[in-house]
Design a protein. Structure first.
Length: 256
């Protein structure tokens, strides 16, 4: 391979965890070792691993990280960058549900969408296009096999058709949902029996919000939701929709 580092950057709730795991599967099928072997819980941990491997020289090791934090040119050097994008009105609602946010006013919602747009502009203005691959959330949900083939073409990697299909099945919405539901149930059983729960198994958001965490993939409770893109139009108040669209609709339509 002509690279030793891959960075998946995204704004929250735009499909980056799926992309991250697809890339890890691809690299391992090519018989390369990956760093990190276990998925860290935070950007801080991810970036520490990345920093420690900026000068990696072992051609059999590929560092792959996923972050929501904007990176500078030094942190991005010699890396292939994958950016996921989604209608920010959808990612806004998905984020609020995932984080159990119930009291955001319009100012917070506008700030969230503005942050998404700023992050997209930053990467587009910072990275050489030959090392930069944008992924639309709709391709993840509607055309996963075709998207995997595009990723392989971008990386100049060949895999067999059955390998591509297997990767797609492994990280399908249903497969990931079943996997994390099984972990959820296991955690609940342990808590009910007052058994010890390893810190690697959970993410504690608050005393009443404990999520199961899979350190092999990074997926956690409620990562897969029943939200349907476009439902923001039925969830946001009409005055909120009007204000959001007046500020951002033209950019969203042109860039999404």
């Amino acid at each position: 391979m002509q690279f030793s580092r891959i960075i998946v950057y995204s704004y929250p709730r735009t499909g980056s965890m799926w992309v991250y795991n697809i890339l890890r599967e691809i690299v391992q099928l090519c018989r390369y070792d990956i760093i990190p072997k276990r998925i860290p819980k935070s950007d801080k941990e991810m970036l520490k691993i990345h920093k420690n491997n900026l000068d990696i020289n072992n051609k059999k090791i590929i560092s792959i990280i996923k972050v929501h934090t904007l990176l500078d040119k030094y942190q991005l050097k010699d890396a292939f960058i994958f950016m996921t994008k989604r209608d920010p009105r959808d990612s806004l609602i998905s984020y609020m549900r995932f984080m159990k946010v119930k009291n955001w006013d319009i100012a917070h919602k506008l700030e969230h969408i503005s942050g998404y747009i700023d992050s997209v502009k930053h990467l587009r203005n910072t990275i050489n296009s030959q090392f930069f691959f944008e992924i639309n959330y709709k391709d993840i949900t509607l055309r996963p096999i075709n998207l995997i083939m595009k990723i392989l073409n971008f990386l100049k990697i060949d895999l067999k058709e059955d390998q591509i299909i297997d990767i797609s099945k492994k990280y399908s919405k249903d497969s990931v949902k079943k996997m994390i539901e099984k972990k959820d149930l296991n955690i609940k059983k342990k808590l009910a029996k007052n058994e010890k729960v390893s810190n690697n198994e959970v993410i504690i958001m608050s005393p009443d919000n404990i999520r199961a965490f899979d350190e092999n993939t990074g997926f956690q409770s409620n990562h897969v939701s029943n939200y349907k893109d476009g439902d923001w139009n039925n969830i946001l108040a009409s005055d909120e929709i009007k204000e959001i669209n007046s500020k951002f609709e033209a950019w969203i339509e042109f860039n999404n």
